[in-house]
Design a protein around this ligand. Structure first.
Ligand code: PLP
Length: 217
């Protein structure tokens, strides 16, 4: 008891004011989420839609729920009524489905496009050329019920800080370039428990931290 509180405190005092903290609560029980909630945490990240929806039903309603995982198109409808930010959007097909479900719910859903920056081929995301095509296509198609508010990326899982920094710096440079034609881009979501300090040093303004708050999974 009290560990989550201490962990949160330790992380929050070290975060610059402009950096938002997503508490990644996947696999953790409601009691853990409530402990963080009672310390003032209002943004929670989950990677499975079913689990997030269960938690959304049980938790206080002033929480912002962020979907940080890879999403199956046929499950978008289960979160469309309440999700506040979708981090891992990596295809036009998915965006069109989010747009459709957002419209049904009379909402505009904020999304981040996931960019592939790691060396690991297991990770998802768009390359720079695909990103440009998506921005272009969205404008043409006028998807009125989604808004792309930023970019998200995951660095290689490695102890090599130089490698990680290089990857984050690359994403930051893509972010700055993309902003020139897309002034609505505000959020750069990068950094997890193991690398959030490097991410912030490279210009992240949203970190997604799980195990350093809630313990290992
Ligand atoms: C699980 C997860 C995190 C948090 O990971 P930790 O190492 O526990 O902080 C962040 N981002 C994504 C996309 C995740 O799936």
């Amino acid at each position: 008891m009290g560990e989550i509180k201490n962990n949160l405190y330790r992380i929050k005092v070290a975060l610059p004011e402009n950096v938002a903290l997503v508490a990644v609560s996947k696999t953790k029980p409601i009691s853990d989420l409530l402990e963080a909630y009672n310390e003032g945490q209002r943004i929670f990240g989950e990677n499975k839609i079913q689990e997030m929806s269960n938690k959304w039903e049980k938790m206080p309603k002033d929480i912002q729920w962020h979907m940080i995982g890879h999403i199956q198109t046929n499950k978008v409808k289960f979160m469309a009524a309440y999700v506040s930010l979708i981090h891992g959007v990596d295809s036009l097909k998915l965006l069109e489905e989010i747009n459709k479900q957002a419209k049904k719910n009379n909402r505009i859903i904020a999304c981040l496009l996931q960019v592939f920056i790691a060396k690991e081929t297991s990770k998802f995301g768009l390359d720079e050329a695909e990103l440009e095509i998506i921005f272009h296509t969205i404008k043409e198609k006028k998807l009125a019920n989604i808004q792309i508010v930023g970019l998200m990326g995951m660095a290689t899982f490695t102890n090599n800080d130089d490698q990680i920094t290089k990857e984050f710096a690359y994403l930051k440079s893509i972010f700055e370039k993309s902003k020139i034609d897309n002034s609505q881009l505000k959020i750069l979501s990068m950094g997890m428990s193991g690398d959030y300090k490097l991410a912030i040093a490279s210009g992240s303004n949203m970190v997604r931290i799980g195990s350093s708050i809630f313990g290992g999974r």
